[in-house]
Write a protein that binds this ligand. Structure first.
Ligand code: NAP
Ligand code: ZN
Length: 351
């Protein structure tokens, strides 16, 4: 297969800071779309991966899976994109396409294993996939999203992971009028969950460890915000919530939140703490409660989420950075020092 050299930012050894490197991508195949990357969001999953939180991955690693750009080339059989169109790629860039999961539009659970946009074995090109901290991306059009004409394109990039990861469980567990939804953790995912749950018509209560985010949560649209270290304030929510989206990236006590659920309520974990979480039997047995998980969302649902967010004028609160500041951004993300998503202006790659 013909390949091309592409400028990127990544690591070439474990625990090495990110720096400019050159990667190899396939050239455009008949069903592929190639696009120049304009913006790429920084998700905590990028940080988990470069830290080896889920096991060391063999370098080079080029993170980035909230990838938004403009189409520069299309293969001969591409039907839905033309040069100059906006295009988005989130977490999924390939799957078998014919198992029951792919046919149901939940490609993230593909029987043969989904291919993620970075750090995933690449079944088409060989080797592994490289993410969006790079000049261009090449992807089969089936996995490329149509980006609506958001006024602030940079702020729309985080929808491609943070947006869909909270939209999917909010929809699945029925966020809407009459439902009291909790959001745990106000980071990239959490702040999107506040906005999306509100737009779905739910009442939103936010739980945060950060005093500075309590007031800010209301600006983001939350009806109520609670500092989780305030036991008295927390107690007011015992058995009050229909479900809770847990976006916390580190080990924490989920039992506290199980006890805030009404009967038949669910805590849905989307955060990926590297360590196992403990659950006390009585916290699920009482009230027939559930502890569940959710993983991104399929391609059709991602498109639905983008159109929903466009219609409701929802984008991420973004801090735009140059790629040269990526290591500092990861340090700040680790400390929770970002309100609420870093987005890289990829034009800076040429500086
Ligand atoms: P983020 O921006 O860093 O937000 C995480 C938030 O969790 C922080 O802002 C903080 O909120 C809270 N937090 C952090 N450490 C905590 C601790 N020790 N105890 C309690 N709260 C803590 O991260 P993100 O990009 O939103 O991602 C969140 C998690 O979701 C990550 O683990 C990421 O890998 C995962 N993720 C999963 C999927 C999926 O499909 N399941 C997709 C994308 C990301 P407060 O300051 O408000 O307390
Ligand atoms: Zn992500």
């Amino acid at each position: 297969m013909e390949t091309q050299q592409v400028k990127a930012y990544g690591t070439t050894a474990v625990e090495e800071p990110l720096h400019e490197i050159t990667i190899t991508r396939r050239t455009v195949q008949p069903h592929d779309v190639e696009f120049e990357i304009l913006y790429c969001g920084i998700c905590h999953s990028d940080l988990h991966q470069i830290k080896g939180d889920f096991g060391a991955f063999p370098p080079p690693i080029v993170p980035g899976h909230e990838i938004l750009g403009r189409v520069t080339a299309v293969g001969a059989h591409v039907k839905n994109f033309k040069i100059g169109d906006l295009a988005g790629v989130g977490c999924i860039v390939d799957s078998c396409g014919h198992c029951e999961y792919c046919e149901d539009g939940i490609e993230q659970f593909c029987d043969e294993g989904v291919t993620f946009s970075f750090n995933s074995p690449d079944k088409i090109s060989g080797g592994h996939t490289f993410g969006g901290f790079s000049k261009t991306y090449v992807c089969n059009e089936r996995y490329v999203l149509k980006m609506p004409a958001f006024e602030n394109l940079a702020a729309a990039a985080p929808l491609l992971c943070a947006g869909i990861t909270v939209y999917s469980p909010l929809k699945h567990w029925g966020a809407g009028p009459g439902k009291k939804v909790g959001v745990l953790g106000i980071g990239g995912l959490g702040h999107m969950a506040i906005k999306i749950a509100k737009a779905m018509g739910a009442e939103v209560v936010v739980f945060t460890t950060s005093p500075s985010k309590v007031e800010d949560a209301k600006r983001l649209g939350a009806d109520e915000a609670v500092l989780s270290s305030d036991a008295e304030a927390m107690a007011k929510y015992n058995r009050k919530l229909h479900f809770i989206v847990d976006t916390v990236s580190a080990k924490h006590d989920v039992n506290v939140y199980l006890n805030l659920l009404r009967h038949d309520g669910t805590v849905v974990l989307v955060g990926l703490p590297p360590e196992p979480l403990e659950i006390g039997a009585f916290n699920v047995v009482s009230g027939r409660r559930s502890f569940a998980g959710s993983n991104i969302g399929g391609i059709a649902e991602t498109q639905e989420m983008l159109d929903f967010c466009f219609e409701h004028n929802i984008t991420a609160e973004s801090e735009i950075i140059n790629i040269q500041d990526i290591n500092k951004a990861f340090e700040r993300l680790e400390k929770g020092d970002v309100k609420y998503r870093f987005v890289i202006d990829m034009a800076s790659l040429e500086k």
